[in-house]
Design a protein around this ligand. Structure first.
Ligand SMILES: Cc1cc2nc3c(=O)[nH]c(=O)nc-3n(C[C@H](O)[C@H](O)[C@H](O)COP(=O)(O)OP(=O)(O)OC[C@H]3O[C@@H](n4cnc5c(N)ncnc54)[C@H](O)[C@@H]3O)c2cc1C
Length: 797
């Protein structure tokens, strides 16, 4: 082992758990031979050493699944590569269902597995019991068998990764604690440690449950908090011979497998126990937390029901270890918004071993190549509103997230803790109108109106179905108000505003003041970083409207590309409310409310006006396919304007109505149809890019065009009006999977369930396909273009 720290390393990895070890290994593989890993105690001494270390490949999205498949491939070949046994045991996993909704859930997972190329098969309760003879299968309705899942020895995996990394020049420094992070002009410059200072160009922050505090050393927000996490170990019992598959009894919050001839029974109980920061300090080395039998008792009862043999088993221990959780249950990966060169690889939400191989590869990729190997937007380090870094909110939310780990993935389910963090300017009005709220980037947004009670959780038609229909029909037949206030807003001002946006955006940014410009924001590969709408307010002033959850990410991205331009960028999100007034009555309503001149505004034009005596800027455009304006106003003026619009006949509509109408119109959305794996060509948005180039990503886009890339986003209309697609369902043509749905809803204006989807290649309008919803195939028709008002004559007025 090397004892003296180098004066400089290209990359310093902090933390010697699975994330740090995997990141160091991949950095070395990618040629960063001077990378070092600094661990304040010994390798794996945080959470990794006591992990149950199951590796289940299937996740809710293609790329998270792909990432874990990478882990499986890595772990299964590490011994051959390094000579170090990693304890890889591939005995499969068995997910049982004991209620009809869980059965649908696991069948949806099976369908998804097929789309992602993972082996998964439905089996009967009897077949399940054959695979797990100790199981009481009385109440089991069915199961899904996944033969490729496995488990590893966490310490051995880390040892193998470090051995290979060292062989490539990387170095490990144990017993070396990072005590400070040096920054200069918002960029990391080095780390201070108990053994001296190391200057560096980048840091991989892989410090597990301590990540929030270590991130704070560099001024970065890292909203992750530890909770206690339990598994029971028994002494050897009769009936356990060799290794078993993992038995997932998620209705009872349990996972079960063999361990040294006995049983390991782990749980994700409905509400976990949070651990306040500071309780576990640097002396927590290979540490465990006290057993808590009272807390575990309900889980024990569940386990006794499933495994009667437990009754007579001798308990070895109730292991209680800390694990960190994030506000949405997905880890954080990539560069922080606050500090350049500081990359997060933490908040693993109890799948750190399963994810570690692939997540470490992607983190190294992000550091070396400036991007992950494939889109991991759902794990982006910049996706959380600052309010979530607040310790009270984390203490409330993290235990709930632990409890949701095995939840049935019901559509529209909302979390109940850490709510009411950010109120819309019209919150009081919406509460009065009976809004049912959902949380987005901390904001409470109306999902629908007229039903405040929590909805019945179901995979069938929801109980708010008619409420949303009424809102859609208001927008279609009279007028509705859609609140777009949480959209991120960025003021771009200065003499170089136009030049800067021509450089950073692919759209026609040079249009005259008074124009609205839809544009994609691309990276060097010509794929999406964001898609935004810009209003050109003056020659030297644009207002950009970005996705609600994208403000931190987009603002950081624009700031990083503004070097050399004489512009200022400011976040004005909370200064302005935005109300979309949409529908055939909208024209009359604005006239009644004092702004008849808005009716002379052309499509995609923006102009000033006064509504209810208050200054507004109204943009003639529509996200829902009906004629109207998106009206921007000072937040404090929103109540007066809303009162005038509703008095003139408009009614509020929620997010579910807007989504249904968006899908009918074929409008793509970031995180659904658009991400950093696809370009405007594949998504049918190339009409809005400048073919002459001159923007980031132009060359790559031109190359894709020359190579014959074609649009691959299609609309789908399902035949069966009772079908309820939710998104991610495989699309079949002649028995082969040709794509997946990306956004789904009931289309009230077209009278059928509708979807947008990605298909793998060109497909003709009118092609008949099938959509796999929980292993039932539903006939559907492919439509190229919007399902509703394809020429846009309604919205253009
Ligand atoms: C009971 C239990 C069962 C689990 N079962 C599974 C499972 O079946 N499958 C699965 O995939 N996952 C499982 N997990 C989760 C998994 O173990 C974790 O997600 C994973 O180990 C986290 O790894 P990490 O590298 O992020 O953090 P850690 O392993 O905690 O590593 C972080 C390291 O950073 C070091 N560090 C912190 N601060 C500093 C500093 N200032 N300077 C230097 N070093 C520092 C710490 O000493 C520590 O070694 C389980 C977790 C628990 C608790």
């Amino acid at each position: 082992m090397t004892h003296s720290l180098p004066a400089h390393a290209s990359v310093v990895v902090i933390g010697g758990g699975i994330m740090g070890c995997s990141t160091l290994y991949h950095l070395a593989k990618m040629g960063v031979s001077d990378a070092i890993l600094i661990e304040r105690n010994k390798l794996t001494s945080g959470t990794t050493w006591h992990s149950a270390a199951q590796v289940r490949a299937l996740r809710h999205s293609r790329n998270l699944t792909r990432m874990i498949q990478y882990s499986v491939d890595l772990y299964s070949q590490l011994e051959a590569e390094t000579g170090q046994n990693v304890g890889w045991i591939q005995k499969g996993s068995l997910s049982i269902a004991t209620n009809p909704d869980r059965l649908i859930h696991i069948k949806r997972q099976e369908a998804l597995a097929h789309a992602y190329g993972i082996d998964a098969t439905s089996i009967s309760a009897d077949e399940a019991r054959e695979r797990w003879p100790l199981m009481n299968a009385e109440d089991v309705l069915g199961a899904v068998w996944s033969p490729d899942d496995g488990r590893v020895s966490p310490s051995d995996v880390c040892a193998a990764l470090i051995k290979a990394a060292k062989g490539l020049g990387a170095k490990l420094f144990e017993d070396t604690g990072v005590t400070g992070i040096l920054t200069e002009n918002g960029r990391v410059r080095g780390v201070e440690t108990t053994q001296g200072t190391v200057m560096c160009d980048a840091i991989a922050l892989c410090t597990g449950l301590w990540s929030r505090e270590v991130g704070a050393m560099a001024g970065a927000e890292v909203p992750a908090l530890a909770c206690e996490h339990f598994y029971l170990l028994t002494k050897p019992i009769d009936g356990i011979v060799g290794n078993t598959p993992t038995l997932s009894d998620h209705d009872n919050h349990l996972y079960i497998r063999d361990d040294s001839g006995g049983l390991l029974v782990g749980c994700f109980e409905p509400m976990g126990k949070p651990i306040a920061p500071g309780v576990l300090d640097e002396t927590f080395e290979f540490g465990l937390l006290p057993e808590d039998w009272d807390h575990f008792e309900p889980m024990m009862m569940n386990a006794l029901h499933r495994l009667p043999a437990l009754e007579t088993a001798e308990v070895k221990m109730l292991l209680n270890g800390p694990e960190s959780f994030t506000p949405d249950g997905t880890f954080m990966l990539g560069e922080t918004a606050e500090t350049r060169g500081l990359f997060l690889g933490c908040g693993m939400n109890s799948v750190g071993l399963a994810s570690g191989g692939g997540a470490g590869m992607n983190l190294a990729h992000a550091i070396v190549h400036g991007r992950t190997a494939y889109d991991l937007g759902e794990a982006d380090a910049k996706r959380f509103a600052p309010v979530f870094n607040n310790i009270d909110h984390l203490m409330a939310r993290a235990p709930e997230i632990l409890g949701t780990h095995y939840d049935i993935a019901f559509p529209g389910k909302q979390l109940s803790t850490a709510r009411s963090l950010r109120a819309l300017p019209l919150d009081t009005e919406y509460q009065a109108a009976g809004a049912h709220m959902g949380q987005f980037y901390g904001w409470e947004r109306p999902l629908y109106f007229g039903k405040t009670k929590d909805p019945r959780l179901t995979f069938e038609r929801p109980d708010w179905f008619e409420n949303v229909r009424a809102e859609v029909m208001a927008a279609h037949e009279s007028a509705a108000i859609f609140d777009a206030s949480p959209f991120g807003k960025i003021e771009v001002q200065g003499p170089d505003a136009e030049a800067f946006l021509l450089h950073s955006c692919a759209g026609f940014m040079g249009r005259a003041p008074g124009s609205v410009i839809y544009t994609s924001v691309l990276n060097e590969r010509g794929t999406f970083e964001s898609d935004i709408t810009a209003q050109r307010i003056a020659q030297d002033h644009y207002r950009l409207f970005v996705g609600t959850a994208a403000i931190k990410r987009d603002l950081a991205w624009f700031r990083r590309h503004a070097e050399g331009f004489d512009v200022t960028l400011a976040d004005s999100t909370e200064d302005y409310a935005v109300l979309g007034l949409m529908g055939p009555e909208a024209a009359r309503i604005v006239a009644d409310c004092g702004a008849p001149e808005l009716n002379n505004l052309g499509y995609f034009k923006v102009g000033p006006a006064h509504i209810a005596g208050k200054h507004v800027r109204a943009a003639r455009m529509s996200y829902v396919g009906e004629a109207g304006w998106e009206i921007t106003m000072k937040s404090e003026n929103a109540p007066a304007i809303y009162a005038a619009l509703t008095a003139a006949g408009a009614r509020p509509a929620g997010l579910f109505a807007q989504t249904s109408m968006r899908i009918e119109k074929g409008f793509c959305a970031m995180g659904h149809e658009l991400d950093s794996d696809v370009s405007p060509i594949e998504t049918g948005l190339d009409f809005a890019t400048r073919k002459k180039g001159g923007f980031i990503g132009a060359e790559a886009l031109a190359e894709r065009r020359a190579n014959g890339a074609v649009p691959q986003v299609v609309s789908l209309k399902l035949d069966d009006v009772a079908a309820v697609p939710l998104g991610h369902e495989p699309i079949y043509l002649n028995g082969e999977i040709i794509g997946q749905t990306t956004s789904c809803a009931f289309g009230y204006r077209v009278g059928a369930p509708v979807a947008l989807g990605h298909v793998h290649g060109a497909i003709a309008d009118g092609t008949r396909v099938q959509v796999d919803i929980a292993r039932t195939l539903f006939d559907a028709t492919v439509v190229i273009g919007p399902l509703f008002d394809p020429n846009g004559s309604r919205m253009k007025g």
